[in-house]
Design a protein around this ligand. Structure first.
Ligand code: ADP
Length: 423
């Protein structure tokens, strides 16, 4: 079987998010970390594959080259349609990368038009009359206007995208979406005849995104956030194969946390409050040469194997500032990522078969250390936080990669401390 749809995500966390969306739509979905090579494996019978790149804020030329290589790999695995996933807050600058990457992917596909919609209604991102809202505020009035890399000071998507492409950009507004799939298809054709290359669509609800998905099914390239990907996924005819993702239930369970985000700190506090074994890693001691990872392994060996354990470097803002002041930001992060990466390898070598990793960068460090480049996406524990199935040298692994602010405060306890087996 070959892929029905392929996806290029412009960052790692976005990759997990969109992979979970395809899986919710009923597609068996693989997630590939980083640019795939000719030998990168793809699990059998996948309907969708998501390649998670780091192309959101790299120079536009690099983002274009990486995205084109990913598109070729997806085509090589049979994907007739490619989805370009970017952030639901349209993170970009006048130099890109949304415009240049979409133009390059369109050129390579020989296609003349694409549909864009960054709406993500469950997260409060909606598009009306071409303006992007974050809950009750225009994007340009929201905290995103102060984003360190991509400050969003305009909410008008046609204008924002027009600054990033030399081709015409136009809108299909909500009244047309309300008239249904055929009306949207007609509007797309009319724009195509008028020479428009990028069509932005309004969407207020998941139903709107389902209408857009059905109307865009024949387009070689579609672009937006996870919401439109789910709408598109739902428009594909149901698959006949229902191979369940083989998640291992046995073996020990552990959380490795390197995120210092507020939500992760709450999740750590709830794990501790539930009386489950937790260990804080002393980053300064590790930097001074103490065998902090070895000590953590000894601690792990002495815990009740029936209980999940938590090992964390995560720190409060004050503690983080103190460590960074002493080591420098980059060296502190390198120490933590090195510690958690090597611990992941040693824990899996000692029987951990369910592993939850908290932190975007931390997840990258752990998957790299474990030499995992592809996972199969399973059920979500919380929105955008799926279990995945990975294969490592030591054996099969149920792996959950969570970006810092994702998941409910009880996620660690709920996901790992179960008497029943995960589905
Ligand atoms: P998030 O998804 O919350 O942004 P990340 O893992 O992407 O989490 O980023 C957290 C960063 O903080 C990582 O680079 C990690 O190495 C660093 N970090 C974590 N704990 C500490 C600590 N105690 N001291 C210094 N840096 C830390």
């Amino acid at each position: 079987m070959s892929l029905r749809i392929g996806c290029i995500a412009d960052d790692f966390t976005g990759g997990t998010d969109v992979a979970a969306a395809f899986r919710r739509a009923g597609l068996r979905t693989a997630l590939v970390f980083g640019a795939p090579g000719p030998d990168t494996p793809l699990p059998a019978d996948c309907d969708a594959a998501v390649i998670a790149l780091k192309s959101r804020s790299t120079p536009a030329g690099e983002a274009v080259a990486d995205s084109l290589a990913a598109q070729r790999w997806l085509w090589g695995h049979g994907a007739a349609q490619v989805y370009f996933k970017y952030c639901s807050t349209f993170d970009s600058t006048p130099r890109g990368n949304i415009g240049p990457v979409t133009d390059a992917l369109l050129d390579a596909a020989g296609a003349s038009l694409t549909l864009h919609c960054p709406a993500s209604p469950p997260n409060g991102r909606t598009v009306y009359r071409g303006h992007l809202f974050v809950h009750d505020q225009l994007l340009s009035d929201s905290p995103l206007r102060h984003h360190p890399l991509n400050p969003m000071t305009d909410s008008a998507l046609v204008r924002l995208l027009s600054a990033q492409t030399s081709h015409p950009v136009a809108l299909i507004d909500w009244r047309t979406i309300q008239q249904g799939t055929d009306a949207v298809r007609q509007a797309l054709l009319a724009h195509q005849h008028a020479g428009v290359r990028h069509v932005i669509a309004d969407a207020l609800t998941d139903d709107d995104l389902a209408v857009l998905g059905a109307a865009a099914l024949e387009l070689p390239l579609v672009a937006g956030a996870a919401g439109l990907a789910e709408g598109l996924g739902r428009a594909y005819p149901a698959t006949t194969h229902h191979t369940p993702e083989p998640l291992p239930h046995e073996g020990r369970a552990a959380v490795l946390a390197g995120s210092c985000s507020a939500r992760t700190l709450e999740q750590i506090a709830q794990f501790y409050a539930a009386g489950l074994p937790s260990l804080h890693l002393d980053v300064l001691a590790a930097a001074a040469g103490r065998d902090v990872a070895g000590e953590a392994l000894n601690w792990y060996e002495n815990q009740d194997p029936a209980l999940p354990v938590l090992v964390y470097a995560s720190a409060s803002p004050e503690e983080l500032a103190a460590v960074q002041a002493q080591l420098g930001v980059a060296e502190a992060a390198a120490q933590v990522e090195d510690l958690l990466g090597s611990l992941a390898v040693r824990l899996v070598g000692r029987g951990v078969r369910r592993l939850l990793v908290a932190g975007g960068e931390t997840s990258g460090a752990v998957t790299t250390a474990l030499n995992i480049d592809t996972v199969l996406v399973g059920d979500e524990a919380d929105p955008g936080v799926p279990w995945t199935h990975a294969t490592t040298q030591a054996g099969d692994l149920a792996l959950m990669l969570k970006s810092g602010n994702f998941g409910a405060p009880d996620l660690f306890v709920r996901a790992l401390h179960t008497t029943t087996e995960p589905k």
